[in-house]
Ligand binder design. Structure first.
Ligand SMILES: Nc1ncnc2c1ncn2[C@@H]1O[C@H](COP(=O)(O)OP(=O)(O)O)[C@@H](O)[C@H]1O
Ligand SMILES: [Mg+2]
Length: 484
């Protein structure tokens, strides 16, 4: 039987979802670059033929140290493929695969898909629509960039993910406060082990770019946030809160030997300001013509990066003028439970497809990207703030398994907390911090519904009612360490 080395780092989908799918095609060996989660271990551990804890000390990770370790373990187990689902390990794994002569994204292409500065430069040169941007290496450069770009602009850490270390700036005077704030947000990312593992200069690399104005109303129609029965599901305008679709989408795909296969478009609910992402939903209810337009632009973006073999997740902003701007492409699948959404709704399991592709098997892809599916599914991120970013007033414990969802969602809709994303036991509920992205997460809920309108309505109700619902859960008895 073939052997796959799975390189674990934080980020990516739940192991209890990924591991059975990998193990269905190959003997699964795991190299953990950081401590493995304990959540749902009974479900994922039995799929592992071996688990190696990395000898790379935390924080000492630097380029070749991590890649050396992946290469060493891959040789030891005789791996036929190496794979990661974590953004932070993508580059290290691409280098390792290259050194081992195995299929992968390719080191140079993986870097173009990781470093947001390089990505923008490659796309601008290839004519892929992107916002105006500047590399910024110092506070002074940031100040200059702010005089050249049209505000508001978004300052981003170039190697970050999960919306960590992103700040909206409006004038050159914002540079002085923003610079240390980004450093603080990156520290928070590091604390939760969500930071780049290969590139050593990652923290000093920043990019600032113009904010692309999107318009969900222009794409979905102004009634995009109404349920099928016509009742109101949100009281804010399109793109203005939990109750509508957001003004951006993503395309999930696979590059196989340099050829991009789009698997589907996934829609979004509006982020919590400024850009903390809360929900991915499938299927996307846009017309086929619109979805094909999205597919085409995503394909051009992926092609320009020159990736060889890997999962892809491309985010695109839907502009009011009917145009599309590309936000980013990752050389791995979308995180949270996006791969499960694709499987449930479109009957395509991205993880199995990629594993088989990496092993050199003959893989059949849909002749065209499907634009409609069966039922509807969403990944919802719980964060302690409402739709407009007002922090919760209370601090209920994260015990989603004790919530009575029946009173909140439509009969037939299922809400399933995903153990892998639960805040660790005894971890205090974080103070909501708009710049902290995924460091705000309490957990992730996987929601399935009969159709897309019901899903949107129910996801809106879950997010809007979560604080109160958690507060209704009976308090934990002293000494009771059980998770909700
Ligand atoms: N230039 C931009 N204009 C408008 N929205 C943006 C822009 N850049 C990012 N965003 C929003 O912020 C989110 C996070 O940004 P992104 O670059 O994708 O970082 P991350 O790697 O953390 O996901 C995006 O999904 C998008 O909604
Ligand atoms: Mg993104």
């Amino acid at each position: 039987m073939s052997r796959v080395l799975y390189v674990y780092a934080k980020g990516g989908t739940a192991l209890e979802h990924a591991f059975p799918r990998i193990a269905a095609h190959a003997e699964l060996h795991v190299l953990a670059l950081m401590p493995l989660p304990t959540a749902a271990a009974d479900h994922w551990r039995p799929h592992c033929a071996s688990i190696t804890e990395a000898t790379v000390p935390p924080g000492a990770a630097s380029g070749d140290t991590v890649t050396d370790e992946i290469v060493r373990v891959a040789k030891e187990i005789g791996a036929d493929a190496v794979l990661t689902l974590s953004e932070f390990a993508v580059l290290a794994v691409a280098h390792a695969a290259d050194r081992l002569g195995l299929r992968g994204a390719g080191p140079a292409a993986a870097e173009r898909a990781r470093d947001k500065r390089l990505m923008r430069e490659v796309w601008a040169a290839a004519g892929v629509p992107v916002p105006a941007f500047r590399r910024v290496g110092s506070e002074a450069e940031l100040r200059t960039a702010l005089t050249e770009l049209t505000p508001p602009v978004l300052l981003k850490a170039a190697w970050s993910a999960g919306s960590i270390a992103q700040l909206v700036l409006r004038s050159p005077d914002d540079a002085a406060t923003a610079w240390p704030q980004v450093a603080q947000a990156l520290d928070k990312g590091r604390e939760i082990r969500m930071s780049e593992l290969y590139e050593t200069g990652a923290d000093r690399a920043l990019i600032v770019e113009e904010i692309i104005e999107g318009s969900a109303a222009d794409w979905y129609g102004s009634d995009s946030g109404k349920s099928s029965s016509g009742s109101e599901v949100g009281d804010e305008g399109a793109g203005g809160g939990h109750g509508d679709y957001g003004d951006y989408v993503s395309v999930e795909g696979i590059v196989a030997g340099g050829v991009h296969h789009a698997l589907c478009v996934t829609a979004r609910m509006p982020p919590i300001p400024p850009f903390n992402e809360v929900a991915s939903t499938a299927p996307c209810v846009l017309s086929e013509a619109r979805q094909r337009q999205i597919e085409e632009v995503a394909g051009r973006a992926v092609d320009a990066l020159g990736l060889d073999t890997c999962g892809t997740h491309t985010e695109l902003k839907l502009r009011a003028d009917g145009g599309i701007a590309v936000i980013e492409t990752a050389a791995r699948f979308g995180g949270v439970m996006i791969t499960r959404m694709v499987e449930e709704v479109f009957g395509l399991d991205p993880i199995s497809l990629l594993v088989r592709e990496l092993l050199g098997e003959e893989v059949a892809y849909p002749s065209r990207m499907p634009v409609s599916g069966r039922g509807a599914a969403a990944s919802l991120v719980a964060a302690p703030a409402d739709a407009v970013g007002t922090p919760w007033r209370t601090r209920p414990a994260w015990r989603p398994r004790q919530v009575e969802w029946d009173g909140i969602v439509t009969p037939g809709t299922a809400v399933e907390p995903v153990a892998a994303f639960d805040l660790p036991p005894d971890h205090p509920i974080p103070d909501y911090d708009p710049a902290a992205g995924a460091a705000n997460w309490l957990g992730v809920l996987f929601v399935t519904a009969a159709d897309a309108p019901t899903l949107l309505k129910d996801c809106t109700a879950v997010l809007g009612g979560l604080e109160e619902a958690l507060n209704r859960v009976a308090p934990v008895e002293p000494g009771d360490r059980r998770r909700g």
